[in-house]
Design a binder for this molecule. Structure first.
Ligand code: NAD
Length: 256
């Protein structure tokens, strides 16, 4: 059980982050949810998880595009035994037209935020004598697609940061690993379906099977619960010697 442990999950008011929050809380951890929106719904998610799991789950607002706020999130949490760097955004464009502000935002939110949170969390983990760093990379941390330059660069970078974190903590009962999801049907992916249906004159099912799951051999989405389960496993004693590596949850994408 993860009772007595505190897990901080960046970008956890929807999708994969929220799924991981639920599974870690079900395993007994007190969870800190985060987003930059500070909405009623954000606070409601935390209250719902706390009520359903009996954990001290709460919400802290912080903008993961700002280094100082990333650091402040961990300080405000007060304790961080499990750090899940999950916040992420996407932008699709060829390199010559790729907007510089989008490049900077993706590198900041998808990669640099993990450096800032890790810098504050590691001394806390060292004091506790135990820790888990889980960085949410992507199949795009191991392979590329055209028009996703910033995302692919950031997700590859996260895997490099994960390996370095693992080496710096190797003898301290702290592990650092990346999870590399393939396609997961989160709100951000769901939102792309209607436009893609129009663009290709396809049905919803055709878009899912022929466009989205084209590179996912299982032809099924991974679920947020499955990613939560992977995070819980990485926090278990069975995973104590798993460090500096990445676990693909991608229906076979990277085997192709
Ligand atoms: P999502 O849009 O549902 O979640 C993104 C999260 O990031 C949200 O909680 C959002 O609030 C948060 N966020 C964005 N900008 C932020 C900021 N400036 N400050 C704080 N929080 C911010 O999408 P998701 O699919 O759940 O994505 C979660 C992670 O999983 C991302 O890192 C994404 O790259 C990765 N991922 C997703 C998929 C997929 O198919 N959905 C595949 C591989 C990797």
């Amino acid at each position: 059980s993860l009772a007595g442990k505190t897990a901080v999950i960046t970008g956890s008011n929807s999708g994969i982050g929220l799924g991981i929050a639920w599974e870690l809380a079900r395993a007994g951890a007190d969870v800190v949810l985060n987003s930059f929106s500070n909405s009623e719904e954000d606070h409601a998610h935390a209250a719902e998880i706390a009520k359903a799991t009996g954990t001290k789950t709460r919400y802290i607002q912080a903008d993961m595009s700002k280094g100082e706020q990333c650091r402040q999130l961990i300080k405000d949490a007060g304790k961080c035994d499990i750090l899940v760097n999950n916040a992420g955004i996407q932008h699709v464009s060829p390199i010559p037209e790729f907007p510089v502000d989008k490049w900077d935002a993706i590198i900041a939110i998808n990669m640099s935020s993990a450096f800032h949170t890790t810098a504050i969390a590691l001394p806390m983990m060292r004091r506790a004598g135990w820790g888990r760093v889980i960085n949410i990379s992507s199949a795009h941390g191991l392979t590329a697609s055209p028009f996703k330059a910033a995302y692919v660069a950031a997700k590859h970078g996260v895997i490099g940061l994960t390996k370095t974190t693992a080496l710096e903590t190797a003898q301290e009962h702290i592990t650092a690993n990346a999870i590399c999801p393939g396609y997961v049907l989160t709100p951000i992916v769901e939102k792309q379906i209607p436009d893609t249906m129009k663009e290709y004159n396809m049905s919803r099912e055709e878009v899912i099977q022929n466009v989205m799951l084209k590179r996912q051999p299982s032809k099924e989405f991974a679920t947020t619960q499955q990613l939560g389960g992977t995070a819980v496993f990485l926090c278990s004693d069975a995973a104590a010697q798993i460090t500096g590596t990445s676990i693909s949850v991608d229906g076979g994408w990277t085997a192709l």
